[in-house]
Design a protein around this ligand. Structure first.
Ligand SMILES: C[S@@+](CC[C@H](N)C(=O)[O-])C[C@H]1O[C@@H](n2cnc3c(N)ncnc32)[C@H](O)[C@@H]1O
Length: 210
């Protein structure tokens, strides 16, 4: 029985590219609507209220702070590993312009569906969904790049190119997070593994939370 993230990751590493895509799409499809990140909490008066999980709230707060600090009214955000689009939708409602990307092509319908339920001004700020491997995309000049809970899913053979692509895609800053179960962020920071952290920054600021 597979138990830890490391063990699961080791299994994914054994798949070739095509197998990985099939498995990833299947996992993502069956995750939609599950309790992962269920954003509810008990509010005043014992009522259930909406509340983002801390890891997402921290990212949203940081993007808001950057927008104010840099004086950008409606910055563009590239949501890498957007999954079914809940963060994309939140950013659109906060006035950001958003491009959504995910390896799992079948997520496009979920994101489009979610965005389609938003007010028209939000929909107008959406730059669309792009399916496929992020390191093969040519995004550039996005004010901010957001990559939440995604890097840890990327197989070793695509990892370095993905990190480079994150750096290439942004004009100002990248926000990355990874679950604390592994110390990948520390690994990036330490400059090991071909100096990935340096490659990623290339003069740009990179922030990360584990
Ligand atoms: C756990 S979900 C995270 C979703 C969302 N960012 C969040 O924080 O809730 C990871 C997502 O990354 C996507 N993904 C994995 N490898 C990718 C790659 N190489 N390029 C783009 N997306 C990728 C998966 O399909 C999945 O939707």
């Amino acid at each position: 029985m597979i138990r830890t993230i490391d063990e699961k990751r080791a299994v994914l590493q054994t798949l070739n590219r095509e197998q990985f895509e099939v498995v990833n799409e299947a996992i993502m499809e069956c995750c939609v609507g599950n309790q992962y990140d269920a954003p509810m909490a008990w509010g005043p008066g014992g009522k259930l209220v909406f509340q983002w999980p801390k890891r997402i709230q921290q990212a949203l707060d940081t993007l808001e702070a950057w927008r104010t600090e840099l004086g950008l009214e409606s910055p563009t955000v590239l949501d890498v590993g957007c999954w079914h689009g809940k963060i994309t939708a939140e950013l659109l409602q906060r006035g950001f312009q958003v491009y959504s990307t995910d390896l799992a092509e079948n997520m496009g319908q979920y994101v489009a569906n979610l965005v389609g339920q938003l007010p028209e001004d939000c929909q107008k700020r959406w730059g669309g969904f792009y399916g496929g491997w992020f390191h093969e995309m040519n995004f550039m000049d996005c004010d901010f790049v957001l990559c939440l809970d995604t890097l840890e899913h990327i197989p070793d053979w695509a990892f370095e190119d993905t990190v480079r692509a994150l750096g290439r895609a942004t004009k100002y800053r990248v926000y990355v997070n990874m679950p604390p179960a592994d110390d990948w962020m520390l690994h990036l920071r330490s400059g090991e593994s071909n100096n990935l952290y340096r490659l990623m920054t290339e003069g740009k600021e990179v922030y990360g939370k584990t």
